[in-house]
Design a protein around this ligand. Sequence first.
Ligand SMILES: Nc1ncnc2c1ncn2[C@@H]1O[C@H](COP(=O)(O)OP(=O)(O)OP(=O)(O)O)[C@@H](O)[C@H]1O
Length: 454
Amino acid sequence: MRSSWADSVVNSAAENVAAGSSASNGVVTAAKPTRGAYIPPHLRNLTPSSEPPAPAYSGPSSANDRSGYGGNRWGGPRNDFNQTGYSSGGRTGGWNNRSGGWDRGREREVNPFGDDVDTEKVFSEQENTGINFDAYEDIPVETSGDNVPPPVNTFAEIDLGEALNQNIKRCKYVKPTPVQRHAIPISLAGRDLMACAQTGSGKTAAFCFPIISGIMKGQASQRPPRGARTVYPLALILSPTRELSCQIHDEAKKFSYQTGVKVVVAYGGAPISQQLRDLERGVDILVATPGRLVDLLERARVSLQMIRYLALDEADRMLDMGFEPQIRKIVEQMDMPPQGVRQTMLFSATFPKEIQRLASDFLSNYVFLAVGRVGSSTDLIVQRVEFVHDTDKRSHLMDLLHAQRANGVHGKQYLTLVFVETKKGADSLEHWLCMNGFPATTIHGDRTQQVSLM
Ligand SMILES: Nc1ncnc2c1ncn2[C@@H]1O[C@H](COP(=O)(O)OP(=O)(O)OP(=O)(O)O)[C@@H](O)[C@H]1O
């Protein structure tokens, strides 16, 4: 006999359901929970003493429900999700098998921060993770659109929820970056967003915070059709490469630690079996590369019909890599709720015609946000091009390395990255640098070889 609290939630919910709370609306029919019974995110990590069990699913009676999969499939306009008007007492809880999870509430969550950290201490130390906030003060920010929600200066000004606030402290984020200052309030207000911001500007948190917060606070009473092994994520984050997807996944796991929100990553070039197993354990936020996601959709292992949030990261790069057909298939030709019903955030470093077309096709009454000069390289990096004969390249590199070592920069030791065309060339350079007093490590990628030097 199972006796955990997670089971008692499920059982008491099932009993309530069986007792007739939904008998008349015909939505809930299961009298006994089975594999896959759903526990809403905000209840998944709680202990018996900290919060009472979820109330039973009581059918699509509230104005906030996306009700009636037979009629209006998505149950009215997106604002009905009412992210901003949430009060913790107003949650209806509810349960279903949305994510296909099994025993989700009982799974031990790995701490992505390693050893438990003292969040208060971290916050008072006023550290950050290396972003140069002083340099951000002068960065031009442009917004346009109807009734653009005002930016915030601190995370404390935004109601992201206690668990997420704790994780922001654990990440040592003291204040929001410019893209976060603007994008988070816009997204929390339920608006679609087209954001132009450079890499490294803090975009990941800018789209993850509103998604995680929205899932934590949102209604959990939607009830998808039961599909054998199909999972129904609530949010989809598309990104061009495996590396970026994994990076977003790692960050999102930190942000969602102890929130009960489950994040899974799926990318091509790796066996699909482990990713399928991860999906079967439950998924609220799916981070995926377009090609692998199309595969999962065609196998009917993922359905997009419950998607409330869609984020496209580095959209220009995805188009450069030829992913437009896959992206359009995912967004326009599968079962994803249409624009205006889902909430969509499109991030791109540049804003060429193709991205403008994508924005007008995917977004609804959106806010345009540009942080920094669109399409330019960052002011924080000085770029210099030097033409050197092939035969002089190594000696020139050696001069640069000696100059850097001699000058130092404010007494700090910096690393140097050298990009090399071939694996063989990288190995040979590494050997040569070591022989000349610059210990180097080669990192072999699929396409670009890098040598980093001390
Ligand atoms: N508010 C913040 N305070 C301190 N550090 C932050 C903040 N926001 C993000 N960072 C850190 O800054 C770094 C860059 O952020 P992030 O990776 O989100 O940028 P990005 O724009 O998404 O870059 P990429 O395009 O490479 O994904 C990360 O190490 C992240 O943890």
